[in-house]
Design a protein around this ligand. Structure first.
Ligand SMILES: CSC[C@H]1O[C@H](OP(=O)(O)O)[C@H](O)[C@@H]1O
Length: 353
């Protein structure tokens, strides 16, 4: 049983407000697409897969309450486009929107409004189960790949940001690999970075690690190179918000410097993400739009100012790790691929974006 961030039953959606963790566990009610948009934008819910799932479920609950009226197709189109605009870098919401719109248009050809409403809700509800199943596979593939390099030993992993149950429908991606290693009795320790600028590592990964009983140590982002040199790191495993055709990967800011440090220390660097986080329509990481967040996320903590008043701030939420630095591989639910193998492995298995 892993932590639960999304509580859904037909007609009701609640999300764990991740801005309040770990001090408070409060579930917020999401009643509409606008509630979903605001929860995503403000990062009450976060993590590429969770964003897509909550976005689509917010549409499901509004549909269940009769939203959309008679022009359901237009309502669904407008809702999905609004939800996709909340955070631009992670591709999962955009992909889900595209697939759901295609499904809606096909279904609308021979279904009455009420039947169409039910089919769309059904499609959305399946997302939850699909995501957990994919994450279990990612965990298993990743653990086996890492262990194949160290046949007898337990392993020490360094991870960044939060990629666990709270960032997905359950189990997690990069933290899912850690979970699988722990379940196999082969996890010596996981080091998690605090993850500036928003501290998801200190607040969320650490919370999940403690709750699940992983042997875990929190470090500052600026200690990562030192930790690699001094603490016997076997592999670095991070998540992804968008992996493009050549394998370049956008992930939480700070990932790029981890990959450089890993290369210097000869440590394999892995990206763990479902194929829904891959975007073969973009050739290289230069084409990825990087979300910029408000300066206040850097200049204050929980509303308490910490920076010199008047200082200018640059606060990109993500950076792009060049594929050459992803030396371990990209762990997906379909297997582990080198960046150079990704495009061929996923062609024909992903819908076009
Ligand atoms: C499995 S989550 C992938 C990804 O999501 C995080 O972004 P954010 O916290 O800004 O939503 C982070 O980059 C994770 O690696």
């Amino acid at each position: 049983m892993t932590l639960e961030a999304i509580r859904y039953r037909p007609g009701s959606l609640q999300i764990l407000n991740q801005l309040l963790l770990p001090q408070e566990s409060v579930f917020d009610e999401i009643r509409s697409v606008q509630d979903g948009y605001e929860a995503i934008k403000s990062m009450k819910v976060r993590g590429a897969p969770a964003i897509a799932i909550v976005g689509c479920l917010s549409l499901a609950v509004e549909l269940q309450a009769g939203g959309g009226g008679d022009d359901l197709v237009s309502f669904i189109r407008d809702s999905l486009s609004h939800l996709t605009s909340a955070r631009p870098t992670a591709v999962n919401m955009g992909r889900a929107a595209r697939e759901l719109m295609e499904f809606t248009e096909n279904e609308s050809m021979d279904k009455a409004t009420d039947q169409l409403r039910e089919s769309v809700i059904g499609w959305i509800e399946e997302m939850l189960e699909r995501d957990v199943n994919d994450n279990r596979k990612i965990g298993n593939y990743g653990a086996q790949h890492i262990l194949s390099g160290v046949p007898r030993d337990s392993v020490t992993i360094l991870t960044h940001c939060n990629t666990g149950s709270l960032a997905t429908a359950g189990y997690g991606t990069a933290l899912g690999v850690v979970r699988s290693l722990h379940a196999l009795g082969r996890l010596k320790r996981v080091y998690c970075t605090e993850t500036r600028p928003y501290n998801q590592g200190a607040r969320l990964t650490a919370y999940e690690a403690v709750a699940e009983g992983f042997p875990a140590t929190l470090i500052t982002d600026s200690m990562a190179a030192l930790t690699m040199r001094e603490r016997g790191i076997t592999a670095v495993v991070v998540g992804a918000d968008r992996v493009v055709a050549n394998g370049d990967t956008a992930n939480k800011v700070g990932t790029y410097q981890l990959a450089i440090a890993a290369k210097h220390h000869g440590i394999p660097f892995y990206v763990a993400a479902p194929s829904t986080s891959c975007d073969l329509s973009l050739e290289s990481g230069r084409d990825i739009v990087i979300e910029e967040r408000p300066p206040e996320e850097l200049t204050s903590i929980n509303g308490v100012p910490i920076a010199a008043p008047g200082i200018e701030v640059w606060n990109p939420a993500f950076d792009v790790t060049p594929h050459q630095l992803i030396t371990g591989g990209i762990i997906t639910e379909l297997g582990v691929f080198l960046p150079s193998e990704l495009q061929a492995a996923l062609t024909g298995r992903l819908t076009a974006l």
